[in-house]
Design a protein around this ligand. Sequence first.
Ligand SMILES: C[C@H](O)[C@H](O)[C@H]1CNC2=NC(N)=NC(=O)C2=N1
Length: 110
Amino acid sequence: MATLAEQECEVCRVGAPTVPEEEWPVLLAELPEWSIEKGVENCLSRVFVFKNFAQALQFTNQVGAVAESEGHHPLLITEWGRVTVKWWTHKIGGLHKTDFIMAARTDKLV
Ligand SMILES: C[C@H](O)[C@H](O)[C@H]1CNC2=NC(N)=NC(=O)C2=N1
């Protein structure tokens, strides 16, 4: 079975279904550092900690490059020593399988 990070991202279209909440635990098992923020638009969220701003910025750019390669983009908050990454799919206002895959790919960068 391919790991989340190894799976292909689907191009997400308007009207695509969100991942049902009952499926979240299986997917989150591969993303132990991530949490799901429930709200108007549910999202996956993780804070990455670094030694300084330069490292935080370098990681930010790495995440940006992965996002650009897939045409799927996170919310990134870059601070001295910290980067907050949130993944959700704007088109469907919630979590698509692609968001879980992109979170797994984000973990591979550290
Ligand atoms: C036109 C462009 O491909 C789309 O707007 C993409 C860009 N990146 C995206 N990123 C995320 N997270 N959700 C989207 O719905 C989305 N749509």
